[in-house]
Each structure stands twice: as C-alpha cells, then as structure tokens.
Design a binder for this molecule. Structure first.
Ligand code: ZN
Ligand code: ZN
Length: 374
C-alpha cells in the first residue's frame, strides 16, 4: 500500500517520457496550478498494458508520458466544480479511466463514452497516456509522479482496503467482466475457453471463474508460467503451438462437451478464429477482443447457422463493470491477488517496455509502474 498522501503538488514531477524510436528517458516536468475544472493526482500505480507496449515499440510520433491504467490519490482540486465532469476530494483514492470524451455526442449521451470520437485512439482522439508531452504540462500519463486530471477525466473511487497493485487490475478486470459476462453472457455452470493467458487472458479467466464457469485456458509452450497462473485461478491449462494442437488439446480438455463461450485474447494470430468456431456448441458465443492480422478471416457460416452461434466484438468496458471490478478485487472474489505483480520504478520503465516488446519481460503479465518507488 502506498500510504503517503501528499497534500500539494510540487513544482515539478518526474516522468518516464517515451520517445520516438522506442527509447525513453526520465525527465522532470514542470507542474502548474490547476485551471478551472482540473485537478492533480499523485500516481500510486500504473499498469502496463499491451497498448503501451505497442505504442512504444511501433514508435511514437512525439515524446509522450504513457500509462493509462492509473490509480492514485487526488492532491489538488481546482476551482469551479461546474467546469468538470468528475467529483472527488483531496485525499480520495481513485482509479482513472483513459477516456477523455466530449460529453455531448450520441455515444456520450447514452453512457457509451468509451466510443466517443473525441477519445478514439485510432481516430486521433485524446486519451490519458497518449497526449504528447510537449502539450504543457505534459503530465497526462500514469508513468509519472503526478497526473493532471482534465475537466473531462473519468474517476472512480477506490475502497481503502484495495492495494495499489490490485488497483492496477481494475481496468483490465473491468474489461474482462464486460466482455465475458455481458458480451459473452457467461453464466454459472457453463464452459468457457480463453485463448491466450496474457494480461487480459488472465483477467477474462478470473471473470469467467467468478461467474461460476468451468474455464480452459490455452497458450503457447513459452506461456507455461502464465498458464500456471491461470491454473491458480481455477482454470485448466492447455499448451499448443499450432492450430491443430490447439483444437485437439482443447477438445481433449472439453471431453464430450462443447464450449459455451470462447473468448479470444491472443492478438494478431488469425487461425484461432477457425478453431474457436469449431469448438463452440449449440448457442455458442465467440467474443473477439482484439483485431487479427490480416484483419479478414474466413468464417464457416454453415457451422455458425447450424449451431446458432453469436459473434461479439468488444471494445473497452461499460462504467457499470468498473464498480463490479472494484468490489470483486476488494473482497477477494476476483482471485487476481493470486497473480504475482512485477513492479518497476520510473527509472526502470523504459527498459521494462523494451523487454516487454522483445518478449523478454517478467513471467507475470501484471507489470506495474510505481512512480514514487526507488
Ligand atoms: Zn490498456
Ligand atoms: Zn462524445
């Protein structure tokens, strides 16, 4: 637990700034008093997710403070509450969503602010952890001691019993609950196959277990340590290095059953979609959480209609899932406290991003930047 609560924002804050060319450096960035509607957060933890690693490795267009799974303590609330969307008082611990939405478009009006064009990562929209550092004060990401809270930030309060490490699970676990329980419709007693034991794969495993499902998690030979973590969440692991091994390994694990739900979290590999459709039984549901490369994959429409299959493609999470994630993480029912956490300091953040991009990162996918640790 990070129990130190600062009561004011210092004149400058250290930040790990990701640079074009997959490099990074730690810089002090000047803070400034909050303008109407703004605030400052003392960052306690920032989870590194696949998006950060991809942004870093692909090459950023401009220096940027990454980090968008952020938890911390509010240390300043500027004047004019009418100018901000969030509520929260100095000293309150919160988790910050990455979205910075307009508040007025059709998506925002229906509560689906995650789909607002203003915060669309692929449409040039703005998000926490993606705003260039040359836009003063530059402190718009979690990989820094302090984060400027814009007027349209989205904050959720954290209970005191939830550690900063576990708080870094809130967003990926909320995604997983939304994808598994809402989109996948998983209910008690069903059988769920999770493809990929990475950050979101383990979160989906935890979400499906909490819903009372039997879970099979499939990964590659090199994922053995992560599959062991899935086992600790109560899942049955399957190791496969080819499409055929994947199909046969999961079939063996299913026995005479078919899968009710397959959640695909494996990234660009396209052949897993064909395998997923093969494994689903009557009324089966396939949840796609990540695009493939190439993006277009053949689908067996005969199998899909005969077996009445549903395919859902998901993006982000609904706000209701956040409250659910926070309470489940706090009361221990998420079981994600059983997944080890690999912490890094600000000085180690660039190296960690490089290792994760090269596939030589820690065994656990739960990697957390702790900006105030040395
Ligand atoms: Zn993320
Ligand atoms: Zn909007």
């Amino acid at each position: 637990m990070d129990s130190t609560v600062a009561t004011a924002v210092p004149d400058s804050a250290r930040a790990s700034v990701a640079l074009p060319g997959a490099r990074s450096e730690v810089r002090p960035l000047a803070t400034r008093p909050g303008r109407p509607g703004e605030g400052w957060l003392r960052v306690a933890s920032a989870g590194i997710c696949g998006t950060d690693v991809n942004l870093y490795a692909r090459g950023l267009a401009a220096p940027t403070v990454l980090g968008h799974h952020v938890a911390g303590t509010i240390t300043e609330v500027a004047a004019d509450p009418g100018a901000r969307c969030w509520s929260g008082a100095v000293g309150e611990r919160v988790v910050v969503e990455e979205y910075l939405s307009c508040g007025t478009c059709r998506s925002c009006a229906t509560g689906a602010y995650r789909l607002c064009p203003d915060t669309d990562l692929w449409g040039g929209g703005r998000r926490i952890g993606t705003i260039p550092a040359d836009e003063e004060p530059g402190l718009y990401g979690g990989n820094a001691e302090y984060l400027l809270l814009p007027p349209n930030a989205v904050l959720h309060p954290l209970p005191s019993g939830l550690s900063d490490e576990l708080a870094a699970w809130v967003l990926p676990y909320a995604n997983a609950l939304d994808w598994t329980v809402r989109a996948g419709g998983v209910v008690k007693g069903e059988t769920v196959v999770v493809l990929g034991p990475g950050y979101h794969g383990l979160a989906v495993t935890a979400a499906a277990r909490r819903a009372g499902a039997d879970v099979i998690v499939a990964g590659l030979g090199r994922d053995r340590a992560r599959l062991a973590m899935a086992e600790r969440l109560g899942a049955l692991p399957v190791t496969a290095d080819t499409g055929d091994e994947l199909r046969e390994g999961i079939r063996r694990a299913l026995g005479s059953e078919a899968a009710d739900v397959v959640v695909d979290t494996v990234g660009p590999t396209p052949h897993v979609i064909e395998v997923a459709v093969d494994l689903l039984g009557q009324g089966g549901r396939l949840v796609l959480t990540t695009p493939k490369n190439p993006a277009r994959v053949p689908l067996d429409t005969t199998a899909m209609t005969r077996r009445n299959l549903t395919v859902s493609a998901v993006r982000g999470r609904r706000p209701e899932a956040i409250a659910d994630a926070i309470s489940s993480l706090a009361d221990g029912t998420s079981l994600l406290q059983n997944v080890p956490s690999a912490d890094t300091t600000l000085d180690g953040t660039g190296d960690m991003l490089g290792r994760l991009a090269a596939g030589t990162g820690p065994e656990t996918p739960h990697v957390v930047v702790r900006p105030h640790a040395n």
